[in-house]
Design a protein around this ligand. Structure first.
Ligand SMILES: [Fe+2]
Ligand SMILES: [Fe+2]
Length: 196
């Protein structure tokens, strides 16, 4: 496995970890006696907006997909579909933000809409990543050159520009903050308190 693929799969695993955590926390929040810590939901949704949506998908579009299209033009329908999914993801994140706001304003109501938005985003994103891993990456492995992979790895590692590199480090810090905030057993944070 080359370095670029390793980075992409690692990013998929980090995104999956946050999605699993988010789904588990939404289940926990269905118990209306527990007051949720909304900070952890805000941090997770910020992560999803900032990392997969604004960083990971655009890098796939600009580097991996663009190079695959050049080397293997027959992959265009697959790339078109995956790019359509990137646009759909951006819309589903807006739904997540909107339903979290409603949940926070109307707690203990609003959990059903928020949990449904989380399920929709998680399901969508897991399917999307699996298509990339099962359909796109094997095609790319056949078609791309060593030089292509090097350029993709550089872009994904954020080495091309120092600001992107800084942002990559911020995501590690943000991920650690999510783990610290999420209540046990999902993360390392305090359990949510029962209201009277
Ligand atoms: Fe993607
Ligand atoms: Fe991806």
């Amino acid at each position: 496995m080359n370095n670029a693929i390793r980075i992409i799969l690692d990013e998929h695993r980090s995104i999956s970890a946050v999605l699993s955590g988010l789904k588990s926390l939404a289940q926990m929040a269905k118990d209306a006696r527990l007051r949720p810590d909304f900070k952890v939901f805000r941090a997770m949704i910020y992560y999803i907006d900032a990392f997969p949506e604004r960083m990971h998908h655009p890098k796939e579009d600009e580097h991996l997909f663009a190079r695959l299209l050049l080397r293997d033009p027959a992959s265009k329908p697959l790339i078109d579909d995956l790019q359509g999914e990137h646009r759909k993801g951006a819309k589903l994140v807006r739904d997540l933000e909107q339903t979290l706001l409603e949940f926070e304003q109307t707690w203990p109501k609003g959990i059903e809409g928020f949990a449904a938005a989380i399920d929709a985003y998680a399901r969508f994103h897991w399917q999307h990543m699996s298509r990339e891993e099962v359909d796109l990456l094997p095609r790319a492995q056949k078609a791309l050159t060593a030089e292509d992979w090097e350029a993709i790895a550089t872009a994904f590692a954020g080495n091309q520009d120092p600001i992107a590199d800084l942002r990559e480090k911020d995501f590690t810090a943000l991920f650690q903050r999510i783990v610290a905030l999420a209540p046990a057993p999902i993360g390392l944070g305090d359990r949510w308190q029962k209201t009277a």
